[in-house]
Design a protein around this ligand. Structure first.
Ligand code: GLV
Ligand code: MN
Ligand code: MN
Length: 415
């Protein structure tokens, strides 16, 4: 590899862009609420489009709202090397999850443009729509369509908890593009991201060389009982749906604990009619099970289903359960991982190999092109939280390794 050592990203410029884009959906506690296809999402997309166009990139948008900005390379016979992540956030999200991957890509391209450095292959900055799955479940929805895991019709038909369809929300913000999903092709993708866990910080490492992503499954559960007067209905005669949910939450937590390093969580609950003097008649909850080994995940699923049946039987409740999403464990491309390893070495950063506990667009994209990820530490490992924080230095280190890795990969096309 013969990357020029003067290709240094600008830490201050990257930080300024992170803070500027954080204004779109900024919360009083210093985080971001920028749910997919909301007005705030439209604003940050408009901003990204303008920034990419300032660099001379050509922006294309597909029919799931995925955004692809291309900077031409020396060679016109090659597909672009992509870098990207997502700009949507959790309802109480942070300023770095996803955003760093898109703005790190922007910073890498800005650096090359400033220095007049032309890569062999074109480069591409990508913003994937609805990675979080917070508004429209499942997560990684539009990279999933790109990878052929979901159809476009499925994605467009997915509804949020208020009944709004993804396709309608996309059209409403003006981001239903002309391109068919999959038409904006690229040959490989690197995704920079905060770790979202505590390991790098605890070990004082600058870079996580990511080798893969654990498997995950999402379920929806509804317990049905009978609405009744809280004052007049004796305890023994109740059919309390919320009590079923409470027992299920306990059981799911125990399943996670019993299958370490697996994790099992309930994150969303809706109780009906949710009135203080009505015994709850119906309770809806979402379940998230994860493990790096699919066989163990099968056992966690079986234990979860068994506990639901037992709980419902004991409380004379009805229970409906469906698995709405399965994303299998992923191993990233060894040649790409090697580019990240060398990119970190070149920058003089200490790194360690690690698997990702969180889901990422890279997990789906790895099904169609060689893909990998770069992690940087975040304070206390806290993420999906308004307090989420990655230092200016950590963000810049990640963008530097992203740039180094892309240029390393690009060297194979030198003529
Ligand atoms: C996405 O952030 C996920 O891991 O659920
Ligand atoms: Mn993310
Ligand atoms: Mn996230």
């Amino acid at each position: 590899m013969n990357i020029k050592s003067n290709l240094a990203v600008d830490a201050g410029r990257l930080w300024a862009s992170l803070m500027e884009s954080a204004a779109f959906g900024a919360t009083p506690k210093g985080g971001i609420k920028r749910l997919a296809l909301s007005d705030e999402d439209r604003l940050v997309r408009d901003w990204l489009k303008a920034e990419c166009e300032k660099l001379g990139c050509t922006m294309r948008i597909d029919s799931c709202g995925n955004m692809f900005a291309t900077r031409a390379g020396r060679r016109h016979d090659l597909l672009p090397i992509a870098m990207g992540s997502h700009l949507d956030t959790q309802p109480t999200g942070g300023r770095f999850d996803g955003v760093l991957g898109v703005l790190g890509a922007l910073e890498a391209v800005r650096t090359l443009v400033d220095l007049g450095y032309e890569t062999n292959a074109p480069l591409m900055i990508v913003n994937w729509t609805n990675e979080e799955g917070a508004r429209f479940a499942p997560a990684m929805l539009s990279s999933g369509v790109y990878a052929g895991v979901f159809t476009e019709a499925f994605a467009h038909g997915v509804r949020d908890r208020d009944g709004v369809a993804f396709g309608d929300a996309l059209a409403a913000i003006g981001y239903q593009g002309e391109e068919q999903v999959g038409a904006c092709r690229f040959q490989a993708m690197f995704e920079l991201h905060i770790e979202q866990g505590p390991v790098l910080e605890a070990e004082a490492r600058t870079i996580g060389v990511v080798t893969g992503v654990q498997g995950m499954r999402w379920y929806e559960v509804t317990f049905s009982g009978q609405e009744a007067h809280t004052g007049a209905t004796p305890m023994g005669l109740r059919r309390n749906a919320l009590l079923g949910a409470a027992r299920a939450i306990e059981a799911i937590d125990r399943i996670g604990l019993a299958h370490a390093p697996g994790v099992a969580s309930v994150g969303l609950i809706e109780n009906r009619p949710n009135s203080r003097n009505v015994v709850p008649g119906e309770t809806f909850l979402t379940v998230d099970l994860r493990h790096p080994d699919e066989a163990v995940l099968d056992r966690m699923e079986a234990a979860f289903r068994e506990s639901l049946a037992e709980i419902a039987g004991g409380l004379r409740l009805g229970v409906q359960e469906s698995c709405i999403w399965k994303a299998e464990a992923v191993a990233f491309a060894p040649a790409m991982i090697e580019c990240v390893r060398r990119g970190a070495q070149l920058a003089g950063f200490g790194g360690r190999e690690m698997a990702s506990g969180a889901g990422h667009d890279a997990a789906y994209i790895s099904r169609v092109v060689p893909t990998t990820m770069i992690f940087v530490p975040c304070a206390g490992g806290i993420s999906h939280n308004e307090a989420e924080f990655a230092s200016k230095e950590a963000c810049a280190a990640g963008a530097q390794v992203l740039l180094n890795a892309v240029l390393d990969y690009d060297q194979r096309f030198a003529e």
